[in-house]
Design a protein around this ligand. Structure first.
Ligand code: FAD
Length: 407
């Protein structure tokens, strides 16, 4: 093993984690990717939802050059197609195929021997390696261990791994925001069980299985727009589906539309969803400016209460109230996060002036600092709760970090 090679641990094998691993391996860094589930786990949960940005915006030129036979640049792939056509072929590339450990979940990270309080923002923190606590549910494949050395996996499936650099590319599609007012969980929400659905793929599966019934749809972001159109289609099919749709906005057309949208795939969702909002058909009962006040079990159904208006009994809740990043494994790092978004503070300052995700300025190297030298939030995780992230932005971030901070 070359002891001078810098060790990079990438957390998450979504698109950004895999692009990072590939680019770092090309630069001869010693890379290990830790993925808690499967490659492309978040994208696999999109169901039939398509990217609204074309493939050429979503895949860096240096990945496209290495993978012959990719779909054309103007293709709008579904999430699972992106995994099948791009991420899995990339994961099999000889530069990275023995570097990716699926079903290895990161549980904690610290500077070896330094607590979060020791030497804050001091360069001495950079001199200490990162120490990462990993939990695995798979027998450890010794031949894929970083540098060829099998780690000492404890009987419970945990082990430690050291790194000079860490990229946290764990996205932000796992933890849903609360359904109540102000993003709080509504009373009864945590006990409401599997009838609450938060991912588009799960929603499609639930709709397929339903003969009929009433759905409560929450939210007015892009995922809610997708859900609304799927519910319209289900109500037009041979299923008796009716919907109560509650959202915070008081606008007649609550979904944000961009005049002459350069991303036609986005307009193809927001325009018809807004048309339904402005003139609701019989299947759709709309509650504007409404927040869920409580959710309680009522036999096999759920009873949803709102501040005003009658309660409604539903068979399922499709909750698209946004997502927040998982910071649980970062508590021992001294990170400089934006209070509002929980993304990095400097990046948040850059984003807050942008009217649309397409007008986010390119970040400078300093905008990507996390407060902890050598540790970077990469991809959707770097934007925290802000839903304006595009893979195009993540690719720019990655190129900047590799050029200026990792070398
Ligand atoms: C429905 C939807 C549509 C979108 N459409 C577009 C679009 O058209 N264009 C665009 O550019 N962007 C789009 N985005 C935004 C963004 O590109 C995606 O969210 C994308 O998946 C982000 O990639 P990522 O690699 O940063 O994170 P993710 O794809 O979320 O990958 C994170 C990975 O980290 C893993 N992980 C999580 N926690 C741990 C842990 N503790 N240890 C180890 N691994 C962990 C996860 O299992 C996952 O595999 C969309 C997002 C959504 C939700």
């Amino acid at each position: 093993m070359d002891t001078m090679r810098k060790r990079l641990v990438v957390i998450g094998a979504g698109p950004m984690g895999l692009y990072a691993a590939f680019a770092a391996a090309q630069r001869n860094l010693e890379v290990t990717v830790l993925e808690r589930d499967r490659i492309g786990e978040s994208l696999l949960s999109w169901g039939s939802t398509r990217f609204f940005s074309p493939l050429e915006m979503n895949v860096p030129a240096w990945v496209r050059a290495a993978l012959p036979g990719l779909p054309s640049g103007d293709a709008l792939l579904t999430g699972p197609e992106m995994v099948e056509r791009v991420l899995l072929p990339l994961s099999r590339h000889p530069l990275v195929n023995d570097k990716i450990r699926t079903r290895h979940r990161v549980r904690g990270i610290a500077r070896a021997g330094l607590s979060r309080e020791d030497f804050p923002a001091h360069p001495v923190r950079h001199e200490k390696a990162f120490r990462i606590l990993v939990e695995t549910r798979e027998p450890f494949p010794a031949e894929t261990a970083a540098g060829g050395a099998a780690p000492n996996v404890m009987p419970g499936g945990e082990y430690l791994l050291d790194a000079d650099f860490v990229f946290d590319a764990t996205g932000g599609y796992r933890l849903g925001n609360g359904m109540g007012s102000g993003g709080l969980m509504a009373p009864g929400e945590s006990a409401s069980g599997p009838a609450v659905i938060r991912r588009l793929g799960d929603m499609e599966a639930a709709l397929q299985a339903m003969r009929g019934g009433r759905i409560l749809l929450l939210g007015h972001g892009h995922s809610a727009a997708h859900a609304l159109l799927a519910l319209r289609d289900a109500s037009q099919g041979n299923r008796e589906v009716s919907v109560t749709w509650a959202f915070r906005s008081r606008n007649m057309r609550p979904f944000r539309e961009t005049p002459d949208d350069p991303l036609p795939g986005r307009a193809a969702i927001t325009a018809p969803a807004n048309a339904l909002a402005a003139a609701p058909p019989a299947f759709l009962d709309i509650r504007r400016g409404a927040a869920l006040a409580a959710l309680e079990k009522s036999g096999s159904r759920l009873k949803a209460r709102f501040g005003a208006g009658d309660p409604v009994e539903v068979d399922a809740v499709f909750a698209f109230t946004g997502y927040r990043p998982d910071l649980s494994f970062l508590s021992e790092l001294a990170l400089d996060l934006a209070p509002a978004t929980q993304g990095t503070r400097k990046l948040h300052a850059l984003l807050s002036g942008a009217a649309d995700c397409l007008s986010v300025p390119a970040p400078a190297a300093g905008d990507l600092e996390s407060g902890e030298p050598g540790f970077f939030l990469l991809g959707a995780k770097s934007y925290g709760r802000s839903n304006t992230f595009l893979l195009r932005d993540g690719i720019l971030q990655l190129e900047m970090i590799l050029k200026h901070a990792v070398g």
